[in-house]
Unconditional design. Structure first.
Length: 416
């Protein structure tokens, strides 16, 4: 999340839940007010607002809580620890991913008892300043596009959400990141609706830079509502994953890397208790980028699903198969009698997965490499075992692929 960037910001920034409770602040910016952070985190934001400003502040926040507005701008006075009030210009917006309100405040140097000024000509520069704070810290991925849906600007969150840097995103069309489940006509319809109505919202299937497919909520709206003709749109991508989809891959319906990692800790605990062996097989598709380039991502996705199903039929019901990464799968062989058992399973997997599959009336042949680690021969901690499995997989690929490789040199020599 973007919360790690809060500490460096000079402006007041706080995150509220939908009941108005303060959940997080950037400590350094609040220190001059003399308010203990621990105290802030057990109060509502409006607790610190001047009584005369309470009504319009509450009205602005209520518009966000209710969903009537996505962004509000207001001025109000904030009480410090000595009971004195300081003036602030505020911008507040909703983070769709976290279901939190982001509020950024800029201090206004006017006397405490003077009436609040109407937002004036220099308000636009203040607004831009505070919007930049939220742009940099929100956990929503925000893009600015032209009317052809080509990206002209991307906030820092896009890098973690989509896998691409801002530099890589700029100039690309939103359709470029389509998973293949929605065609060009789908995006043409979006452009037409934007021209007619100025806003669109719906679920889209995207492809991450690591080739993983994911669903997200896409919200588009006109960037400058005051202009007679729209020149730019704001696109907000929000995580649509449920708790279940964090555990199970949306494409293959296999457990995800996170769930695989969690289950490995259980396997490790059982192996330590009963002094058993267990093995991890990390399986990589060596030629997946070439297959995607030649046959298209739709066929590539079908291949991933087929491979996932073949892996499940190659192991026992008690073993765990997962989609480890974009073109990698993992297998947890629980409670094996001896390390050689891992090599026997690897041979079965290689035989099955190197056969040609008929997809979209075409014969698709894939190259497979497997890295193998065995507990406790290689390591005794989950993260160490996985790191060694990655290196073993790389060794198998460097030696030409279509083979398996033990991390342990003794086992490699004995069972190859």
């Amino acid at each position: 999340m973007a919360h790690s960037r809060l500490k460096k910001l000079p402006h007041l920034l706080c995150l509220l839940d939908f009941q108005g409770n303060i959940k997080q602040v950037n400590n350094s910016a609040w220190q001059p007010l003399g308010i203990m952070v621990e105290y802030l985190l057990i109060t509502k934001f409006t607790h610190w607002i001047h009584p005369d400003d309470f009504a319009h502040t509450q009205k602005a926040l209520s518009a966000l809580f209710s969903g009537k507005s996505e962004r509000v701008v207001f001025e109000s006075r904030l009480r410090d620890v000595k009971g004195k009030y300081q003036r602030f210009f505020w911008v507040a917006t909703v983070s769709s991913i976290e279901q939190l309100i982001y509020i950024a405040g800029l201090k206004i140097n006017t006397p405490e008892d003077s009436p609040l000024p109407v937002l004036s000509q220099n308000s636009s520069s203040k607004l831009h300043d505070l919007q930049s704070v939220i742009w940099a810290t929100t956990s929503d991925a925000i893009l600015v596009t032209d009317t052809r849906l080509r990206i002209v600007k991307a906030n820092p969150t896009c890098a973690s959400f989509m896998g691409y840097t801002s530099k890589e995103l700029i100039g690309q069309s939103l359709h470029h990141f389509n998973s293949g489940k929605q065609n060009i006509v789908f995006y043409q319809k979006i452009k037409k609706i934007m021209e007619q109505q100025g806003h669109w919202q719906g679920c889209v299937w995207q492809r991450h830079k690591n080739q993983a497919v994911y669903t997200c909520q896409l919200k588009l709206k006109v960037y400058d509502k005051e202009a007679e003709v729209a020149h730019q749109y704001v696109a907000i991508l929000s995580d649509k994953q449920t708790r279940n989809s964090v555990c199970f891959d949306l494409l293959t319906d296999l457990p995800t890397r996170q769930l695989f990692h969690h289950e490995l800790h259980k396997t490790l605990a059982m192996a330590q208790r009963h002094h058993n062996f267990f093995a991890i097989l990390l399986i990589g598709l060596d030629n997946m980028p070439l297959l995607n380039a030649k046959y298209g991502s739709v066929v590539g996705d079908q291949l991933l699903c087929v491979i996932g199903q073949h892996l499940k039929t190659s192991v026992r019901d008690s073993d765990r198969v997962a989609r480890y990464d974009g073109d990698k799968f993992s297998v947890n062989l629980e409670e094996i009698a001896k390390p050689q058992d891992a090599s026997l399973v690897a041979q079965i997997i290689l035989f099955k997965l190197t056969q040609a599959f008929v997809l979209e009336k075409q014969n698709i042949a894939s190259s497979i490499s497997i890295g193998i680690v065995v507990y406790p021969e290689d390591a005794t901690q989950v993260d160490s075992l996985l790191a060694l499995a990655e290196k073993a997989l790389q060794k198998a690929q460097q030696q030409g692929g279509n083979q398996y490789y033990f991390s342990n040199p003794v086992l490699q020599e004995r069972y190859r």
